[in-house]
Design a protein around this ligand. Structure first.
Ligand code: GTR
Length: 348
């Protein structure tokens, strides 16, 4: 990685030879580790075992959502489908996990919609800055016809979208100086997810965007390769990024929906009753995950204060919106009806 220049991300870059090879190897290893003989599923005595890739630790709210989903899926299929949740990025970083689900060497993943945006451009909607007023606004959209249609778009890229999980709100954290105004980001190297929209967001603020895997952020902050990054409270806390970047600026610039995905062919190969059972399990796991999320944000903020993190709450977003309007103008044009729906639901 070149730390001084932003790295453009195209869908193709996620398929670069190295990553593709690594994903294939990881997928193969994971399969043999589970004793799977079919590509994409391990079958024995009429039961199927699916792997679900999750980047977060075991007790993180999205992982708890995955586990609830797995528990309900097993129950509603009378044990015909078992889902094994592999937390802590055991099956690879998110860009690899997406590819593996697309290839079918992993059946399922819970993933951020930001890297999905490189496969399904409409998912880039969630990386538009300062778009949703709050979690309720986001959920009104996610549960609307428009939100469901957007989830359906993953179909064209080889996936079936089973549902959304709460992503909280992403905010900046920096190692040296605290961020209090948009101009403070000038010249800072800020890690972003694999997302062109996020690259443009940091550029609009005068910073130097650095797309990087989640697992590399801690050491890059520590070594000074990065000046900062951005994420929600549970990620900032659970990945210990606060240890190496102690200034947290709550500007809540993005609510990057989390998505639950299954490989499209694996889905298509299931009998209708199992499809219904999986969908019901996913639907019921979402409110459970959201409840866990809200509780986690509260307790993590408390712990972060206890660790001496300097928390700076941004109350006036007007200058931030003004500085980044070009991002909405550039990417919003491609998202027409989805953006209209977000506007309509603003104060429903
Ligand atoms: C988290 C998200 C992860 C991952 C991470 C990141 O908020 O839940 O799936 O995308 O951010 O920044 O890479």
């Amino acid at each position: 990685m070149n730390p001084t220049s932003p790295q453009p991300v195209a869908r193709r870059s996620l398929f670069k030879a190295g990553a593709f090879g690594a994903a294939a190897v990881a997928g193969g290893l994971a399969l043999s580790a589970c004793g799977g003989s079919l590509a994409g599923s391990a079958k024995s005595g009429g039961t199927k075992t699916f792997k679900l890739a999750e980047t977060h630790p075991d007790d993180y709210p999205t992982t708890l959502g995955d586990k609830k989903f797995a528990e309900l899926a097993e129950k509603y299929t009378d044990g015909r489908i078992k889902i094994q949740v592999y937390a802590n990025a055991q099956l690879g970083e998110e860009s690899d996990a997406i590819e593996q689900v697309q290839m079918g060497s992993i059946e399922m993943t819970r993933i951020s919609s930001a890297p999905m945006g490189e496969f399904v451009p409409a998912m880039g909607l969630f990386s538009l800055p300062y778009l949703f007023d709050d979690a309720d606004h986001l959920w009104r959209f996610l549960e609307s016809e428009s939100g469901k249609k957007l989830l359906g778009e993953v179909d064209g890229a080889g996936f079936k979208g089973l549902g959304y999980y709460d992503p909280g709100a992403r905010s900046f954290y920096t190692s040296k100086k605290p961020i209090t105004a948009p101009a403070d980001l000038k010249g800072l190297k800020i890690r972003v997810q694999q997302s062109q929209v996020q690259i443009d967001f940091i550029k609009a603020l005068g910073g130097s965007p650095t797309p990087m895997d989640y697992g590399e952020v801690y050491s890059s902050l520590q070594s000074g390769l990065l000046d900062g990054a951005e994420n929600n409270e549970p990620s900032y806390y659970s990945a210990s990024h606060y240890e190496v970047a102690k200034n947290y600026t709550l500007d809540r610039h993005m609510r990057v929906a989390e998505v639950l995905l299954i490989n499209k062919d694996v889905w298509a190969g299931l009998p209708a009753e199992d499809q219904e059972a999986l969908q019901k399990a996913a639907d019921e796991s979402a409110p459970f995950q959201r409840e866990k999320w809200d509780a986690q944000v509260e307790s993590d903020l408390e712990k972060l204060r206890g660790e001496g993190v300097k928390i700076n709450e941004i109350t006036d977003l007007a200058p931030w919106r003004a500085a980044t309007k070009s991002v909405i103008d550039k990417h919003g044009a491609k998202l027409g009806t989805y953006l209209d729906a977000v506007e309509e639901l603003r104060s429903a």
